[in-house]
Ligand binder design. Structure first.
Ligand code: FES
Length: 129
């Protein structure tokens, strides 16, 4: 079943890292893809002194690839500064998962976008203050 996916994708789908809700996050952001209807939400805990992502959680309603890519993007972002995390691309996500089927590449796009949302909202909030 689901042999079109790599072992890495299936492992993260079955046992997703960083899955769940975060209480009192420093930032939260959500994206959706209107075509497939999948939704991803990412929560961030940010160290104000060094701007590093100390903790990160995600909730995703979507396909196998949506769950695996959002879990992978949180793994890639953990411990990084916001500047570094912003540079994580859908290609990084797909490569870390040893590839995705072509029809599922848009799921990794969604995951990379989902990470940028809370970062943007955190940075915008800071500017207002
Ligand atoms: Fe749309 Fe996976 S099918 S994110």
């Amino acid at each position: 079943m689901n042999s079109m996916y790599s072992k890495e994708v299936m492992d993260l789908f079955k046992c997703p890292k960083n899955l769940g809700e975060m209480k009192n996050p420093d930032a939260v952001g959500e994206v959706g893809n209107p075509q497939c209807g999948d939704i991803m939400r990412i929560y961030l805990r940010i160290n104000k002194d060094n701007n590093k992502i100390e903790d990160i959680k995600f909730q995703t309603m979507g396909c196998i690839a949506a769950i695996s890519t959002s879990s992978m993007v949180t793994e890639l972002a953990k411990g990084k500064t916001l500047e570094q995390a912003k540079k994580i691309t859908n290609k990084d996500v797909a490569e870390s998962l040893k590839g995705l089927p072509p029809i599922k590449m848009h799921c990794s796009n969604l995951a990379a976008d989902a990470l940028k949302k809370p970062i943007e909202s955190y940075e915008n909030k800071k500017e207002v203050k």
